[in-house]
Design a binder for this molecule. Structure first.
Ligand code: CU
Ligand code: ZN
Length: 370
């Protein structure tokens, strides 16, 4: 079939919205009509050429939500009409990692996905008969996408796809880190460094877990305001020596749980130092530049702090994302304030510009409603 899609033709250049061809789903694969897709930093990072593992041409986009329209042979997890959120991090349920229950890093399709192919080693995307690669196994800056069934989270159809598409990446990363990766305890003190989509998710998660204090740190007063709305009890403008401020606020001990959501190694270091002596846990969520190192003074570890990290916040997509959608529908998870701009697919490059200008938290591309 012929579809409209935003193609990364050349690194550092705007995406080009155009017609491309999409094949039918093969065994274990599913055709999804994309209804909405968030514009995320990872798309911009790849488009800029900064990611050394990037490739062109490919269809970007990975924060998609849509409806299943066709399934390939042997598909049992979803059927046509199901509402789904796309997962760049699949959950096969069968590999040694999935069965361990200890990690969300599913091994089932990793290698092919990383190279831009579906699990059988071929793409479904093409143009003028030339094969074209998929991005993050999702390629959701497109009217339709073909994905493996293990990379789709089936959700309650009552949820607005325009909003819950945020749970495909950023929001879930922060939420899952607080809810499941660290299991923040009621009454604890938390500090969140960086209040973009990931950090705001962490603030929401800490508040939902009953944290007594949630300290949000960011350079932008606008973002700190959103953090207060999400449940932050204290805010710190990041240029005011946040570690000292957090120590002052906690009788010199530090926070029980700290979360880093900036991708800056300097801030990761601050999040380690702001974690409480004795038992503080620092969770690193941001993606640092290739080759950058995080330096930790061993004394911080020997005196009882733990440092951990997790891609997608450690969320097991097919298990956890539908639970977050349910919390949203129950009114326990207010994601609506984070959608700052609604765009058409043709405006995708504006989404990148808004992100670079740090204007708003999330731009969401909304496809024609049919
Ligand atoms: Cu993302
Ligand atoms: Zn697996």
């Amino acid at each position: 079939m012929r579809i409209r899609a935003a193609v990364l033709e050349e690194f550092g250049q705007p995406l080009v919205v155009q017609d491309v061809d999409l094949g039918h789903p093969k065994a274990g694969e599913v055709l999804v009509k994309v209804h909405a897709c968030g514009v995320c930093h990872t798309d911009l990072y790849t488009a800029s050429g900064a990611d050394p593992s990037g490739y062109t041409p490919c269809v970007l986009g990975h924060e998609g939500a849509g409806v299943v329209t066709e399934v390939g042979a042997g598909v049992t997890l979803v059927r046509p009409g199901d509402h789904v959120i796309t997962l760049f991090s699949p959950e096969c349920g069968e590999c040694i990692h999935c069965r361990s229950g200890k990690t969300n890093i599913c091994l089932a399709i990793r290698e092919q996905q990383g190279q831009g192919y579906l699990p059988d080693g071929t793409p479904r995307l093409s143009r003028h008969g030339e094969p074209m690669r998929h991005f993050m196994g999702t390629s959701t800056f497109a009217e339709y996408t073909v994905m493996p069934e293990i990379a789709l989270a089936k959700i309650d159809p009552a949820a607005s796809l325009e909003t819950v598409c945020m749970l495909a990446c950023g929001a879930t990363t922060g939420l899952a880190a607080a809810l499941w990766k660290t299991e923040v305890e009621a009454g604890s003190t938390c500090a969140v460094f960086g209040c973009g989509m990931v950090g705001l998710g962490a603030v929401l998660g800490c508040a939902m877990q009953g944290a007594e204090r949630v300290i949000a740190v960011d350079l932008s007063e606008t973002r700190l305001e959103l953090a207060r709305g999400a449940g932050a009890t204290d805010t710190i403008v990041a240029d005011q020596d946040p570690v000292d401020r957090i120590l002052e606020m906690t009788d010199g001990f530090g926070a029980d749980y700290t979360f880093e959501a900036t991708g800056l190694v300097k801030v990761m270091g601050q999040a380690v130092e702001a974690a409480r002596m004795g038992w503080g846990t620092c969770t690193v969520l941001g993606v640092a530049g290739k080759g950058e190192a995080l330096e930790i003074i061993p004394r911080f570890l020997i005196t009882g702090r733990k440092v951990q990290g997790g891609s997608f916040g450690g969320a097991r997509g097919r298990t956890h994302v539908p639970q977050l959608v349910d919390l949203y529908l129950q009114g326990k998870l207010d994601l609506d304030p984070f959608v700052s701009h609604r765009l058409t697919l043709d405006q995708v490059n504006e989404g990148f510009e808004l992100m670079e200008a740090q204007d708003g938290i999330r731009s969401v591309i909304v496809f024609d409603a049919t």
